[in-house]
Design a protein. Structure first.
Lengths: 173, 169
């Protein structure tokens, strides 16, 4: 029996599909790059020295680990009434499977083309898999794998964040 | 003085190459005293406005933690800095896998420690080092990071030049 065969049709239809595609609210910019490097005292010259950046990375780039920064929404924006949730597919699964609790058990980030000042990135979420019901010490639920993929304005892949979540009902005490 | 250090002396920083690295090699630890500023600065730099990363009262009374705590993107930035401090600027991160075990609070002393796993050159000629890094506080692991980072195979190689099929992180 397939791991997926007992899933609601709605969830089956999500697997492998690009969802919640969005373009970043602003261009990648050096102010945040400097602030991030400063916050962790990262003196790597490719972020601070234009000559080193030109020689080593073909010009200024953003620290790869900043990839998700470019999609975090402003704290406030005119006319906005609802705050978008990052990793919306995760919350959709909680609701569709009627599981009140969820945790992230694993997070992997893979980096592609360098992200550069002036880039405008695009992202989407893809549900890769949902397990059959599992019993853990937290409770009974399902594991799911979600990829958040990022490309630049030329469609070049710049990175993927992969999450494994576990949505569950607490084990009775 | 190692080969990498000798090259660094000429170029203003380390330039680690595959020949400088061996399996089971330990990286020098990085120690940093965490303040509320460390936490808040990292949260704002990563555009994370959630109050548990800047509002002591919210963190204690709503989250039930002892104080505000460091967010995941800030930890990722610290891991990146630790790794590229070691490799030098030609080190190019391919992948980081995180396992979160505990939180980092103001007043903690973070210690980053790393050990080299495998060292190899892929079929495109790219040099790769696997490094297991642990962020600990008071000898308790808070976060584990399994990283895969590309470093030059020789003085004329530069992983940042790789594009498309020649970059397989």
């Amino acid at each position: 029996m397939s791991e997926r065969s007992d899933l609601p049709a709605e969830i089956l239809s999500w697997i492998g599909q690009k969802r919640y595609e969005q373009v970043g609210e602003f261009d990648v910019e050096r102010g945040y790059i400097f602030t991030t490097c400063s916050s962790v005292q990262n003196g790597n010259p490719i972020f601070w020295d234009d000559k080193a950046a030109a020689e080593i990375t073909g010009g200024p780039i953003a620290p790869p680990a900043m990839i998700s920064v470019w999609f975090r929404p402003h704290h406030w924006a005119p006319g906005r009434t609802e705050q978008a949730l990052p990793l919306q597919v995760h919350f959709d699964l909680k609701k569709a499977l009627d599981v009140p609790e969820a945790v992230m058990s694993d997070n992997t980030v893979t980096f592609g083309e360098p992200v550069r000042p002036g880039d405008r990135l695009r992202t989407w979420q893809v549900l890769r898999n949902v397990s059959t019901p599992k019993k853990t010490k937290l409770g009974t639920g399902r594991f799911w794998d979600i990829d958040v993929e990022y490309v630049n304005q030329r469609g070049e892949w710049v990175g993927t964040e992969s999450y494994t979540g576990f949505g569950y009902r607490k084990a009775p005490r | 003085m190692s080969g990498a250090e000798a090259r660094g002396a000429r170029t203003g920083g380390p330039h680690l190459t595959v020949g400088d690295v061996r399996e089971d090699q330990r990286l020098a630890p990085l120690v940093h005293d965490v303040t509320a500023t460390t936490i808040v600065l990292g949260a704002l730099a990563s555009r994370d406005w959630r109050p548990m990363h800047h509002d002591h009262s919210f963190a204690v009374h709503r989250n039930g933690t002892r104080d505000i705590f460091m967010n995941t993107p800030t930890q990722a930035a610290w891991f990146e800095r630790y790794l590229t401090d070691w490799t030098g600027p030609k080190g190019r991160l391919g992948r980081m896998r995180f396992r979160m075990l505990g939180s980092v609070f103001p007043g903690d002393t973070m210690v980053f420690a790393g050990t080299v796993g495998t060292v190899d050159v892929d079929e495109t000629g790219c040099g790769w080092v696997a490094v297991d890094v642990t962020l600990s506080v008071a000898d308790q692991a808070c976060t584990e990071c399994a990283a895969r980072i590309a470093i030059p195979t020789g003085p004329d190689d530069n992983p940042w030049d790789r594009r498309g099929e020649r970059w397989r992180p």
